[in-house]
Design a protein. Structure first.
Length: 295
């Protein structure tokens, strides 16, 4: 039973990690907690279902289109809501982020309704419901394999973008010192927009996979997932991409083990209890580094 709980926790944790990366990338570049990121995750699922049901687009092209739409939405949110507040106190940007989150929630309710709705099951390959691997009392479905493969592929691609490309170098430069980066000729606004686009596309993919996995989606699904992903980012070390990945996995496994061995009613509280314990012992998070205030 423990092995099955660990497999389920890893599945959930990888989804949290994919969302948490969006939080930690934006924070690392401009030190902003983008609380609207959870709603981008939610809209990714709704965009995908709309493309499939309303336009008859197959699943995988619909996923790509939904990710592109969320990437564009991320850049739009930055340009409209955050860019005018670059020089404002951080509290102003934080309140704006909460406002954008609430606006997107209500917009989704107006367009798609407030009741939970299923994913378009006929568009999902039938093999996803079958068992891929089974040993002892542990079974792994093809849907879980799909989540593992997609998540790890995206994490590797993200690592390569950050560490091996010119735009990734610019992102790391901004994370070190935005003023110095601008003086060196880096287009700060363009790099920030790219960061929002990249993080939003990853969040959209996470929303689509969750909707497919649980066959359920709602306008409020982004709130809980966003809060948990933020907790995962803090747990791993806010601003650290590897930390966000590790934090998501630790939080997902903690929740699943708590639900399996204590009570499903307390799974959220147990996950947050693990986060609080780690932060008390190591305030910078699992992989975070204690640094001074930026100049």
């Amino acid at each position: 039973m423990l092995e099955q709980q660990l497999i389920n926790g890893l599945t959930l944790g990888l989804v949290y990690a994919l969302i948490a990366v969006g939080y930690t990338m934006v924070y690392g570049v401009i030190e902003l907690i983008n609380f609207a990121h959870g709603e981008v995750y939610m809209l990714g699922a709704f965009f995908c279902v709309t493309f499939i049901s309303a336009f008859g687009i197959p699943l995988f092209p619909a996923i790509v289109l939904a990710m592109a739409c969320c990437a564009a939405l991320g850049m739009l949110i930055d340009r409209i809501a955050y860019k005018p507040l670059r020089k404002a106190p951080r509290l102003a940007a934080l309140i704006t982020a909460i406002g954008v989150s609430i606006f997107l929630q209500n917009l989704a309710m107006i367009i798609w309704g407030s009741r939970p709705m299923p994913f378009v099951r006929k568009a999902v390959p039938a093999i996803f419901d079958e068992v891929a691997f089974s040993f002892s009392d542990v079974s792994i479905s093809w849907m879980q394999v799909f989540i593992y493969v997609v998540t790890m592929t995206m994490m590797i691609a993200l690592s390569l973008i950050i560490n091996k490309t010119r735009i990734g170098t610019a992102m790391r430069a901004l994370a070190q010192n935005q003023t110095s980066a601008a003086l060196m000729g880096i287009n700060v606004d363009r790099v920030i927009s790219f960061t929002f686009a990249l993080g939003s596309s990853l969040g959209a993919m996470a929303g689509i996979m969750v909707a497919m996995y649980y066959n359920s989606m709602s306008a409020m699904m982004g709130y809980n997932a966003g809060v948990k992903a933020f907790a995962a980012a803090v747990l791993g070390g806010i601003g650290s991409v590897p930390g966000a990945m590790l934090g998501g996995i630790v939080l997902g496994i903690a929740e699943t083990l708590g639900a399996g061995y204590i009570s499903s009613e307390y799974r959220d509280g147990l996950g947050y209890a693990v986060m609080i314990l780690v932060i008390i012992i190591r305030p910078s998070g699992l992989l975070g580094k204690a640094v001074g205030q930026k100049a």
